[in-house]
Design a protein. Structure first.
Length: 497
């Protein structure tokens, strides 16, 4: 392995972290965007290289400063977090292509440099959460990502964005505090923060109330950050009020990284025997997941703001991911990881399509989209394709992950879950059809903005069309997504990092 290849895990974090403050110093918005896009693209290349390196089931351990774990901080890459790194950097890069014109329209010119600074810090935080093997470092990167996310939401148009950011800040701080308390309790009983070392030492003290309390705090904290029902109150307003590009980026990454960390702690740190045996939080997670799937889908049906509709849809889709984890099996973990990847494809495409609509009509309200499908056929065609994937139509990515989840549930004899998945899919078809029906089959008044709307610029259309095509590609050619998900799921359920 060359010297450069050996440093890839560090470069994954260092490059966006160092580039972030430079964006705020660049006075021309185009330069700030160019730097952010270039850095994000480089991060995606690094993530892809790391994914190739571990695609055979091997692991990469990187010791910061040469200090051996558990005394030093360790970055550890396997199939699971390599896939998460690809998701985060890929979503960031594709969304940044779209962001140049969208951000210029929705964010004040003097704040655009700050916007891209916050973007790169958010990217750094999420990549750090995925790659680190140290429990306290998870908290550090969680806070970096969270503080940057609050800024991205607050920079949205309208005063509602400030209120949404403040609500997110309060609830996010509670979640981070819970997580830190949990890690502190586990450290008190084991004397280590290295996640692999922590897993090895927990067995001897697993019977104590301190460890039980630590596990509960960790799960609650991560559940709040992942917007697991009923800890989801921050998400609808945050996604609805953030700038369109930021909402797309966050919808495809933020909650998924938290779901990944939850999976890592449940399976690797706490271990299968503890998480799905004596304490059995898995059963509780399954019940919350089912409630979230039904509630999120049902509430989405009644939304008249498309961003808010998609936000409630995300709460339901997070339920799918948590449901797979709660089963505590290799098949369930595989389904959860697969849906984590596929949902990123769907939801980024949908939010970017809405960003195009906002760019041309100035609103994401359902009533303002009457007839816009005729004038913006590429955008709404891509929206339709991504919507079909979200519903779970065969030959789309969404169908594949729902099928895997259905099989995992039936293997455990949980046939009622099949009914829940069917009901949720029907509700998804209803609320997405409301958007499609208005856009294609209603007519706008002759003097309205949407009646004269033109297709968005190609730099905004191309990412949406590419992602819509990816939803079909990964519904037909599934070797990459299912291969990585199966590799990661088997490793998780096998126990031990």
């Amino acid at each position: 392995m060359s010297t450069l290849q050996a440093q890839l895990p560090a470069l994954q974090i260092v490059v966006p972290l160092l580039a972030a403050p430079l964006c705020s110093l660049l006075r021309r918005p185009a330069l700030a965007w160019g730097l952010a896009a270039a850095v994000s693209g480089a991060s995606f290349a690094v993530a892809a290289a790391l994914a190739v390196a571990v695609s055979d089931g091997s692991e990469i351990a990187y010791l910061l400063g040469g200090w051996a774990a558990p005394w030093g901080i360790e970055y550890r890459i396997d199939a699971l977090n390599a896939l998460v790194l690809v998701i985060v950097t890929g979503a960031s890069t594709v969304t940044l292509v779209h962001a140049r014109l969208s951000v210029a329209r929705e964010v004040r010119r003097e704040r655009i440099g700050l916007f891209y600074t916050a973007w790169l810090l958010c990217l750094t935080g999420m990549l750090g959460m995925a790659i680190t093997g140290d429990a306290f470092n998870v908290f550090v990167f969680l806070e970096i990502s969270s503080l940057a996310t609050y800024t991205l939401v607050a920079l949205g148009p309208g005063r509602e964005a400030l209120l949404a950011a403040f609500r997110y800040l309060v609830l996010g701080s509670i979640g981070a505090t819970f997580f830190l308390i949990g890690v502190g309790l586990l450290y008190m009983m084991t004397g280590t923060l290295n996640m692999a070392d922590l897993a090895g030492r927990l067995g001897g003290v697993a019977h104590t109330r301190t460890v039980t309390a630590g596990i509960v705090f960790v799960i609650l904290g991560l559940g709040l950050k992942a917007a697991v029902f009923p800890l989801h109150a921050w998400l609808p307003a945050a996604y609805a009020c953030a700038p369109s590009s930021a909402a797309s980026f966050l919808a495809g990454t933020a909650t998924k990284v938290s779901v990944y960390v939850l999976a890592r702690f449940l399976f690797d740190v706490f271990g299968v025997d503890l998480s799905f045996g004596r304490l059995d939080p898995g059963t509780f997670l399954v019940l919350l997941a089912i409630a979230g799937i039904v509630a999120g889908s049902a509430v989405a049906v009644f939304q008249d703001h498309v961003k808010r509709l998609l936000a409630w849809s995300s709460i339901a889709q997070i339920g799918y991911m948590v449901l797979g984890l709660g089963l505590g099996t290799a098949a369930g973990a595989t389904a959860s990881i697969l849906h984590l990847f596929n949902h990123a494809l769907m939801k980024v495409a949908l939010f970017l399509a809405v960003g195009n609509l906002v760019y041309r009509t100035g609103s994401a309200a359902l009533a303002s989209l009457a007839g816009v499908g005729r004038n913006m056929p590429w955008t709404m065609g891509a929206f339709l394709m991504a919507a079909m994937s979200l519903v779970g139509v065969p030959l789309t990515a969404g169908f594949v992950s729902k099928w895997y989840l259905l099989r995992a549930a039936l293997e455990e004899g949980l046939w009622p879950i099949a009914i829940v998945i069917l009901i949720s899919s029907l509700l998804a078809a209803i609320y997405l059809w409301r958007v499609i029906g208005v856009a294609f089959f209603e007519r706008a008044g002759p003097d309205t903005v949407q009646a004269h709307a033109a297709e968005a610029p190609w730099t905004m259309v191309a990412p949406v069309v590419a992602l819509a095509a990816a939803n079909v590609w990964f519904g037909v050619e599934t070797s990459f997504s299912t291969g990585f998900a199966a590799l990661a799921g088997a490793a998780l359920a096998g126990g031990g990092p």
